[in-house]
Write a protein that binds this ligand. Structure first.
Ligand code: CMC
Length: 459
């Protein structure tokens, strides 16, 4: 069954319409009154930063033995799982800020490592801090030789994201002290190791898939330039990256560095909450990122554009989307109900790249898809706009990446966000092991039956 068909079979929850606004002649108070009609009891619950604390609902019981009220929120549609000071998104306005700074300013004025510093430590670095930070990351770009051999065990056709996830997890065996997650100094070391090594691992997955020898890091180059060096250096003594392309990649990395509580960050925090080491946590987060509804969407967009083939076929494809046969990949977002600000910046960066590489013909198809979708009622009603993945693949392809690499290119910068969120989670006194509740829908108690008495379930 196609993904979009499976999605459309899921029952959708509609909020009850009987919640009516009623005028009360009382003084405004920072509380919420709830009446439990089962017991005719009124409860007054305090607001916490414009939310309710779910644990406050536990006092709502039908009798003292009752467990108390829980909330039911599949897919966390309306649940804040943490407090965070890292990234702010206003999905209705299309606003994204890291540590208070607008993404547009950071993309225009900063380098990726500068933004990484900001995300991790809360402030933009001074010149001396930035030089020190670059040096620290550069010290950690090499992989242990056994990790190189580990990579060699993969099939040449292995998906780079599978190689990335497994190799990051394997680093946990190289740095066993990383398990001491309560040691701040050791945490700081693993953060630097991970940020330093993810481009190397990524480049090696690419070189491995082509059967090319691995290229060692070049510490004279910037973070992104060195990544390009490890990807594309051949026999020349020194790799000289095109500065326009290196800057475009740096901007793409800035745009992908963090995005508050998305699927993979939620996994990072959940796995980290069991005090697992950061290498396996990042591997788990990257696994979540690899899915087609999350970071894997950029690869899917390219496949979709290939499938459409030409601009004149766009209207027919949009009809298939509206009929629920396929999803328009790179469109829609849980939080953005407006144009994703990152997609706007990517469109701008694409023009710079195309001046060097020539225009990617897929851009015509993408622009036509966007034009038609944005004036169609189906997309307008559901507030579906292009997201970060819609245009990123087109640039990545123009830069010379094959589609299988696209999600790896997302994972490199997002490692910074995952690690900042992991550190914040570990230092948050309110956080504990992540452990949601459930509503049990299975059998009541029943007795075990010997095998000869069991009936085969109806097919
Ligand atoms: N194409 C067609 N219809 C869509 C799409 C789409 N891309 N996205 C949402 N819808 C429809 C969906 O069918 C539903 O319609 P209805 O109310 O009639 O059933 C409505 O819009 C709401 O969708 P939803 O699936 O309930 O929304 P969600 O918040 O659970 O999903 C999403 C968000 C990003 C998973 C979804 O929009 C999607 O699948 N987009 C395509 C994949 C994609 O581009 N993912 C990248 C997301 S941004 C970067 C990242 O996170 O990595």
């Amino acid at each position: 069954m196609h993904l979009a068909q499976a999605e459309s079979l899921r029952p959708r929850y509609e909020a009850p319409l009987h919640l009516r606004k009623k005028e009360l002649n009382a003084m405004p108070k920072e509380t919420l009154s709830l009446v439990d009609n089962r017991t005719q009891t009124c409860y007054e619950l305090p607001f916490f930063k414009d939310t309710l604390r779910a644990m406050d609902l536990r006092q709502i019981k039908t009798d003292p033995q009752d467990f108390g009220l829980m909330t039911y929120d599949p897919a966390f549609m309306n649940t804040a799982s943490c407090q965070s000071a890292i990234t702010f998104i206003d999905g209705d306005q299309g606003i994204l800020r890291y540590r208070g700074y607008p993404i547009e300013q950071l993309a225009e004025k900063c380098t990726f490592l500068e933004v990484a510093y900001l995300i991790l430590f809360g402030e933009l670095p001074t010149a001396a801090q930035l030089a020190g930070w670059k040096n620290e990351i550069t010290l950690h770009t090499m992989l242990h030789e056994t990790t190189k051999k580990f990579l060699e065990g993969f099939l040449y056709g292995a998906h780079p994201m599978g190689m990335f996830i497994s190799t990051v997890a394997a680093l946990s065996t190289v740095y066993p002290e990383a398990r001491k997650v309560n040691d701040a100094e050791l945490r700081a070391l693993q953060i630097r190791r991970l940020i330093g090594k993810v481009p190397t691992i990524s480049a090696y997955t690419y070189r491995h898939s082509l059967g090319y020898p691995y290229v060692y890091p070049d510490n004279d180059l910037s973070y992104t330039e060195n990544f390009m060096n490890m990807l594309w250096k051949m026999a020349e003594p020194k790799y000289r990256p095109n500065p326009v392309l290196a800057r475009a990649l740096d901007i793409l990395f800035i745009l992908h560095a963090d995005h508050e509580q998305n699927c993979s960050t939620n996994v990072m925090r959940a796995v980290g909450s069991s005090l697992a080491d950061p290498f396996v946590c990042v591997a788990a987060a990257a696994a979540a990122l690899s899915g087609p509804l999350h970071g894997g969407a950029n690869e899917e967009v390219l496949k979709m554009l290939d499938e459409i083939g030409s601009k004149d076929k766009v209207p027919a494809y949009v009809e298939r989307v509206k009929a629920g046969q396929v999803r328009l990949m790179g469109f829609g977002h849980r939080v953005y109900k407006n144009y994703d600000p990152r997609a706007k910046i990517i469109k701008w960066a694409a023009d710079q790249v195309f001046e060097v590489t020539g225009r990617n013909p897929k851009l015509e198809i993408a622009l036509e898809l966007e034009r038609i979708a944005l004036q169609d009622d189906y997309f307008i009603k559901r507030k579906l706009y292009p997201n970060v993945d819609f245009y990123s693949g087109i640039i990545y392809q123009a830069l010379g990446f094959k589609p299988e690499m696209f999600t790896v290119l997302f994972a490199i910068p997002r490692t910074v966000g995952w690690l900042a969120q992991w550190e914040e989670m570990l230092l948050d006194p309110e956080q504990k092991i992540a452990r949601p509740r459930q509503i049990y829908t299975g059998y009541e108690l029943r007795d075990w039956l010997p095998i000869e008495k069991r009936a085969a379930p109806a097919a």
